[in-house]
Design a protein around this ligand. Structure first.
Ligand SMILES: [Zn+2]
Length: 327
């Protein structure tokens, strides 16, 4: 089986967004070290809207100018180390302002790409992609939508074709969410490691224009969340996220998960990393061709760094680790 370890390289989007140091720079440095020790390459989806805003506000704030240099420096380091850098768009950066040492956004009506009109989407996709390409000095052809929101995809087909985006890894198999900010429904996505598609993310089309490498989904039982809840209290240093920001409030999901099973991503974030070997064996037995694992530097914990490294060492013996552009 082909395994893809992917990270969304970004701050938080709640209040506060957290610091670049804790959410991005420090944990990514640890991932670079794991990559070196295990000789593995990862795919990083760069939230380039953030980088664009950093640059824009740099002339006004010296701390942001320094942050811009550090983040761009790290993106270049990732490139030099052979990691794969691809496009991640959180378009609400279009509404960002920086006051009192923190970012604020107008999330309502600006969280997902589909909230914008066609002209704006076109402009966002092409300018964000050009900025990332100018930093890394090469073309990108892969995409993951912020918050997994990329439906209805027919609105993006022509824009993506024009931008030369060929591979998508937005679909989170079996996932579904509809809230004030989020909308996705992947319950009809093919249960496969990869498939081609045209104007519907969840409909396989032979010889379709785009390749989907969906993020794996898994049913986590309440016992999993209870263990996490207890470990978090007994060993906070080991199980606390490195990132120092907050997620967008999502009303009650946390408590619901203590009562009934929750369908969620296959992930190397925090305690989710404890399930990686088991899930990989399960998919492998089912004869699946590929498994995409999602992670976020900001959501890594001391525990998950250790688990990730162990996981890579075990799986290297039986499976191949690939990056998106290797496809
Ligand atoms: Zn994201």
């Amino acid at each position: 089986m082909n395994l893809f370890i992917t990270f969304d390289y970004e701050l938080f989007f709640g209040d506060p967004t957290g610091s670049a140091e804790k959410c991005i720079l420090e944990p990514t440095q640890r991932l670079i070290e794991i990559g070196e020790r295990t000789k593995t390459r990862f795919t990083f989806f760069i939230d380039i809207g953030y980088v664009i805003q950093l640059e824009k506000w740099s002339s006004k704030f010296e701390n942001l100018s320094l942050e811009y240099k550090k983040v761009v420096g790290q993106i270049k380091t990732l490139q030099e180390k052979g990691h794969d850098l691809q496009l991640h768009i959180h378009p609400h950066w279009e509404t960002a302002s920086y006051t009192n040492n923190k970012w604020s956004f107008k999330l309502d009506g600006h969280y997902k790409l589909a909230d914008f009109n066609d002209e704006e989407i076109q402009q966002i996709v092409s300018s964000y992609k050009s900025k990332l390409e100018s930093i890394i000095g090469s073309k990108v052809n892969g995409f993951r939508a912020g918050g997994w929101c990329l439906q209805p995809f027919n609105r993006f087909v022509e824009i993506f074709k024009k931008a030369g985006i060929k591979i998508d890894s937005t679909v989170f198999q079996g996932g579904k969410m509809s809230t004030k900010h989020y909308y996705f429904d992947f319950t009809n996505a093919p249960s496969k490691g990869r498939y081609r598609f045209d104007d519907n993310l969840c409909q396989e089309v032979e010889n379709g224009s785009f390749l989907e490498l969906p993020i794996g989904g898994y049913r986590y039982k309440p016992g999993f969340f209870w263990r996490l809840y207890i470990l978090g209290r007994l060993m906070p240093r080991r199980h606390k996220m490195i990132g120092d920001g907050n997620f967008i409030a999502q009303g009650g999901k946390k408590y619901e998960s203590l009562k009934k099973p929750i369908w969620d991503h296959v992930s190397c974030d925090g305690y989710y990393s404890s399930k990686l070997n088991l899930i990989t064996s399960k998919f492998s037995k089912e004869g699946r061709s590929d498994l995409v694992i999602i992670g976020h530097p900001k959501s890594m914990t001391r525990y998950s760094f250790e688990q990730l490294e162990k996981y890579i060492r075990i799986q290297q013996k039986k499976n191949s680790f690939l990056t998106l552009s290797a496809e």
